[in-house]
Design a protein around this ligand. Structure first.
Ligand code: C2E
Ligand code: CA
Ligand code: CA
Ligand code: CA
Length: 280
């Protein structure tokens, strides 16, 4: 059986050459997609648990490629990072998100906030992108505090002097920082303090443990209590059931995000949702 397994591996796994070719083609298509405007942002509601209101959203990148169809960010972010394309792509995300945010705040919800994913590569690149984001917010008359930058533990682990300075530029403009996928990496509590993190987002893998009926919420409770001790707000990611929501709410979690509240949706759909909420 072992032998057979090895043969199957040889037969079906793409060769390194094929893989390299696939990556070249994907990168070519990514570049073209950026030029041709094939990217869009979807927005996933972030709900304040206390009030049940959608007070924020996370901007999530979507790529509708003419031949490939809908390509998941999981399948292209890594390549965009390795190739550096994440820098112009991320600049586009930032501009698009800020324009949409300005519209929502102007027309419907003046205190609405958007969370935008920022890759370590963007913060490590030597360009002036961070200053450009801040300038763009000013052009739109948006306060920095309207925007949350979601960074990963990787950013903090690898932070050198330049990254530090860029994070400080963001924070100096009032932009808040959220630590994404909290609990999956190696970051120690000292990072939360040192980088003045405003939110942690409890990773989906912990939240999904809450669905096993035993209400074993100890881990989430401990994370929430610790965060609050440090003056940090908590967002739970990947909330899919009412049970998970109830357990987290009882544990004092501040915000929830997940299919239970709403999937990532086109801007127009979130506009309708915000309008309905505003009327209620
Ligand atoms: P993330 O930042 O952790 O985003 C949350 C992901 O979880 C999203 O996947 C979202 O659709 C999914 N999700 C939300 N609620 C639920 C739920 O209840 N159940 C389950 N099973 N999944 C849920 P998505 O949109 O496929 O994005 C994947 C990752 O790609 C993101 O993970 C983020 O790391 C990256 N990404 C997306 N947009 C951008 C971007 O504009 N810039 C950068 N640098 N990365 C991005
Ligand atoms: Ca995120
Ligand atoms: Ca996450
Ligand atoms: Ca702060």
């Amino acid at each position: 059986a072992k032998e057979q397994g090895r043969n199957q591996f040889c037969e079906f796994a793409p060769t390194m050459e094929q893989e390299a070719q696939n990556r070249r083609l994907l990168l070519r298509d990514l570049q073209q997609g950026l030029d041709e405007g094939e990217f869009a942002l979807h927005y996933q509601p972030i709900v304040e648990m206390r009030s049940g209101r959608t007070v924020k959203a996370e901007a999530l990148l979507r790529w509708n490629q003419p031949v490939r169809g809908m390509v998941s960010p999981a399948d292209f972010i890594a390549l965009a990072e390795e190739s550096g394309l994440i820098v112009p792509l991320g600049d586009w995300v930032m501009r698009e998100a800020a324009c949409q945010l300005a519209q929502w705040r102007e027309e419907i919800a003046p205190a609405f906030r958007l969370s935008v994913n920022v890759s370590p590569v963007q913060l490590n690149s030597s360009g002036h992108c961070v200053q450009a984001w801040v300038a763009h917010l000013q052009d739109l008359s948006l306060p920095g505090s309207a925007l949350v930058a979601e960074i990963t533990e990787r950013v903090l682990l690898e932070a050198d002097k330049d990254t530090d300075a860029r994070l400080q530029t963001l924070q100096g403009a009032g932009i808040q920082l959220a630590l994404d996928d909290f609990g999956t990496g190696y970051s120690s509590l000292s990072y939360l303090k040192r980088f003045d993190i405003d939110y942690i987002k409890i990773d989906r893998s912990f939240v999904s443990l809450l669905s096993q009926g035993n209400e074993d919420a100890t881990l989430c409770q401990a994370i929430i209590a610790m965060a609050h001790q440090l003056g940090i707000c908590v967002v739970a990611e990947g909330v899919e059931t009412r049970e998970q929501h109830d357990i987290l709410q009882r544990a004092g979690c501040d915000y929830g995000q997940g299919y239970w509240y709403g999937r990532p949706m086109p801007a127009q759909e979130l506009t309708e949702r915000l309008r309905a909420q505003h009327r209620a």
